[in-house]
Every structure is written in structure tokens, then in C-alpha cells.
Design a protein around this ligand. Structure first.
Ligand code: ADE
Length: 230
């Protein structure tokens, strides 16, 4: 069994249509849809935006379905100049850019209990996702850190601050929370994010224009991986 988590329904829509022998179950306010996806046992859930929604959904998925691994997929804002709308970011690690206990001596982003700033993604999954993305002609694939926070970033200065602090290639709102929950339960995790906007002053407009297409592209990468084509 593998797990797929997206924040919005558009980020899993293609897979929801492809899923066979589907069963549905609710845990709290999270809905889990399981079945066969390209012949693979899978469970899917739309977690809703933000870190708490993502962490709760991930933990429920782990405890109920015991997935071998979990992917968080969807769209993101660009983390730096040179990462453009339409590019695909495959995370090697994720950080919580808005986690800040620096007044008591910790580095910004430090997550107590797990004792990390950078929460690692599974190396094998990362490599397979890179291969899958690179097999799509014309797709620019970027590897690196994804920065997660409970903020839609639409300000170039804030984006630069996050990039300077964490070398982030993409900014989004769930990846590090999924990775955090997976880390706590020793479940391998991968993050695939397609860039929908520049996370700058134009980001609401770009997001409205490009997020659906970007969400489809991220699903195409994951489809390649599930079909064993990469
Ligand atoms: N997801 C897509 N674009 C984003 C942005 N600019 N900030 C946070 N999450 C996003």
C-alpha cells in the first residue's frame, strides 16, 4: 500500500478518476479513498491547506493504512529566481520556515522533539521521482529543499528571506508537515511540487492561471513512478 496526499482536490483529481475498486472511509474530517491505482494498492487523501491539516491527515493515514511510503504532491510557489512557473521541484528535504523559537536560542526552523531543521525525504523515493520527472520531455527538474509554512507567499522580499535562510527551491504549505509525521513514524516520504507562481507580488494572479496545469504535471510525474516507467 502506498499513500498519496494533496492539499486540494485538483492535486489528486486525475488519480481519483483512475482509482479502481474504490473504498471510502472517514477519520475525523479526513476522507481516505483507497483502491488500485495502475495496479498498485493506494490510499489517497485531500488534506486541506496548511501544516496542521497535513500532519493530522498523514498520521491518520499511517495509523490506519500502514503505507510503505507516502508522497505529498501538488503545486508550489518558486523559491528562487531561476525556478520558474512550470518547473518541477523534487524535494531532498523540507523545512518549516515559520517555525521560530530563536528567542530561546534555537535556529529558525528548528523543530523540537525531532531535533531537526531539515526534515529529510527518502533518498530512494527522491531518486525515483527525479528519474520519473526527467523522463518527461521538456520538463525542467530542480532538486533541493522545499520550505513549508502556514502562509501563501506573495511577496518577493519574504521569498528572498526564506531562500537565504533555507536555500529553498519552492515554497508551499504542507510538505514539511507530511515529512514530519512520516519521520516520526519511520515511513519513507517524498515531495513533488510543480511551480504555479513566483511567490512574488503577482502570485495570486499566476496561481489562478497556472495551478490546475501545474497540479496535473505533478500527477503525471507520480503516474510514471507508479507505472514503473522510471
Ligand atoms: N502554493 C502554491 N503557491 C504558493 C505560494 N506562493 N505560497 C505558498 N504556497 C503555495
Amino acid at each position: 500500500m502506498i499513500g498519496l496526499i494533496g492539499a486540494m482536490s485538483v492535486e489528486l483529481e486525475m488519480f481519483m478518476h483512475e482509482l479502481q475498486d474504490r473504498k471510502e472511509e472517514e477519520i475525523g474530517m479526513d476522507r481516505f479513498v483507497s483502491g488500485k491505482l495502475y495496479g498498485v494498492d493506494a490510499v489517497l487523501s485531500v488534506c486541506g491547506p496548511g501544516k496542521v491539516n497535513a500532519a493530522l491527515c498523514t498520521q491518520s493515514m499511517i495509523l490506519r493504512y500502514h503505507p510503505d511510503w507516502i508522497l505529498n504532491l501538488g503545486v508550489a510557489g518558486s523559491g528562487e529566481i531561476g525556478v520558474n512557473i512550470g518547473d518541477m521541484v523534487i524535494a531532498s528535504a523540507a523545512v518549516q520556515h515559520d517555525m521560530d523559537t530563536s528567542p530561546i536560542g534555537d535556529p529558525i526552523g528548528y523543530v523540537s522533539k525531532i531535533g531537526l531543521v531539515e526534515i529529510p525525504c527518502d533518498e530512494t523515493l527522491h531518486e525515483r521521482l527525479v528519474k520519473a520527472a526527467e523522463s518527461i520531455e521538456g520538463l525542467h527538474v530542480v532538486e533541493g529543499t522545499v520550505a513549508t509554512g502556514d502562509q501563501f507567499i506573495n511577496d518577493g522580499e519574504r521569498r528572498e528571506q526564506i531562500r537565504d535562510r533555507f536555500h529553498a527551491k519552492a515554497v508551499e504549505m504542507e510538505g514539511a508537515a507530511v515529512a514530519h509525521a512520516c519521520y516520526m513514524h519511520h515511513v519513507p516520504c517524498g515531495i513533488v511540487r510543480s511551480i504555479s507562481d513566483g511567490a512574488n507580488g503577482q502570485s495570486e494572479m499566476d496561481y489562478a492561471t497556472f495551478s490546475t496545469l501545474a497540479a496535473i504535471h505533478a500527477q503525471q510525474v507520480v503516474e510514471k513512478l507508479l507505472r514503473g516507467e522510471a
